[in-house]
Write a protein that binds this ligand. Structure first.
Ligand code: HEC
Ligand code: HEC
Length: 310
């Protein structure tokens, strides 16, 4: 062999080695976590999904419960805030990618299942209240959210596990693991329905702006609590020292509203300011998260609320 061809072969061997080593380390990283990652093994696709997921996690205000500082959309999702759901006190979990104290060893499918069907990694039931609205997220969006959560910086924060089920439920659950029932959109809806999708499923405005007894009637969704009730429920001193979920807000069916128009609604979504000058407390309505909506999404969301008959 000539010198030149030796060099070429050596270079080829090096390249092959680098390629194989790269592929192996990539595979190892994901096999280690016990995942079936075949569908997202392409790093470019993962990066794209993580970016989409980050946007969704922000405007879905996951951090308003899971955030280290719930008022700051950039704070790590290391959990700890106490949420009251149906009278039970629940600690919002650490959902950073930490392997031991977060959800770093959950698969994408397990995270999707938790949001869609309120089932935890081991098949255990978790509280369904906090995530009810998200069960209407499209499969593509849920997957993007899961991929993003797995890409976050790990933060160690060991929290006590909530226990919301009886021994019998545990046994039944482990014998007959629940399947994910798919309700709502499985494909992300077209732009004509995006405003509705954002309000109902992504940002879950519906959860807080609809009294429980009206949840089932879609004509009453977003109709809020009566002002008198709002006062008694929420404005009690200290009523919101933690976070009573679902905390109830006022009527946001805004067609023909005397107070709200497109401009004021867009302003609210960016700054929490309501017409007249006051600013809604961010621990009540998570507007710092909504401020991250793209201009287009803000518009579609505002148009949707302004189209709802009072
Ligand atoms: C209203 C408060 C609230 C919001 C908003 C919220 N969560 Fe949660 N989440 C909780 C609570 C409380 C738990 C613990 C439930 C339990 O243990 O029964 C939880 C548990 C979880 C779990 C299971 C973690 C584990 O270790 O068991 C995941 C995953 C999760 N949330 C993801 C999300 C994502 C993603 C979002 C946004 C799309 C979100 N959550 C929004 C309150 C919330
Ligand atoms: C975690 C519960 C929660 C979520 C989620 C939520 N809100 Fe609110 N919102 C509230 C509460 C509580 C108030 C009332 C605060 C007050 O009275 O100061 C409020 C106030 C408002 C107001 C001011 C209404 C008025 O008449 O003063 C608007 C507008 C509003 N929210 C829109 C939205 C939109 C749009 C979304 C979804 C993108 C949303 N909210 C999601 C709890 C929530």
């Amino acid at each position: 062999m000539t010198r030149a061809s030796w060099r070429v072969s050596l270079l080829a061997v090096c390249l092959i080695y680098l390629f194989v080593a790269g592929a192996c380390s990539f595979k190892k990283q994901y096999r280690e976590n016990g995942h079936k990652y075949q569908d997202i093994s392409n790093p470019k696709l993962r990066k794209k999904l993580a970016k989409e997921g980050k946007y969704l996690v922000t405007v879905a205000s996951c951090g308003s419960c899971h955030g280290d500082d719930p008022g700051d959309p950039n704070s790590p999702l290391s959990g700890g805030r106490v949420v009251t759901d149906n009278g039970r006190k629940l600690v919002a979990s650490n959902i950073t990618s930490d392997l031991n104290t977060g959800i770093g060893n959950w698969s994408v499918g397990e995270i999707v299942r938790a949001l869609k069907a309120s089932i935890s990694q081991g098949g255990k039931k978790i509280a369904s209240g906090p995530h009810l609205g998200y069960s209407g997220l499209s499969s593509a969006d849920l997957r993007a959210i899961a991929v993003y959560l797995k890409s976050t910086t790990a933060v160690e924060n060991d929290l006590a596990e909530n226990s919301i089920q009886t021994g019998k439920q545990l046994l039944v659950g482990s014998l007959f693991p629940s399947k994910v029932t798919s309700k709502g959109y499985t494909t992300t809806p077209p732009e004509t329905r995006r405003g509705e999708y954002l309000a109902n499923s992504v940002s879950n405005c519906k959860a807080c702006h609809t009294p429980e007894e009206r949840m089932l009637g879609s004509d009453k969704a977003f109709s809020g609590l009566d002002e008198s009730l709002l006062d008694s429920v929420q404005r009690l001193p200290g009523a919101r020292e933690d976070f009573s979920f679902p905390v109830k807000g006022p009527n946001v069916r805004l067609k023909n509203s005397q107070v709200w128009d497109k401009d004021s609604l867009l302003k609210f979504l960016s700054s929490g300011a309501v017409p007249g000058g006051s600013v809604v407390a961010k621990v009540w309505c998570p507007w710092p998260y909504f401020a991250n909506f793209t201009a287009k999404d803000k518009n579609l969301l505002a148009d949707y609320l302004l189209s709802l008959e009072p």
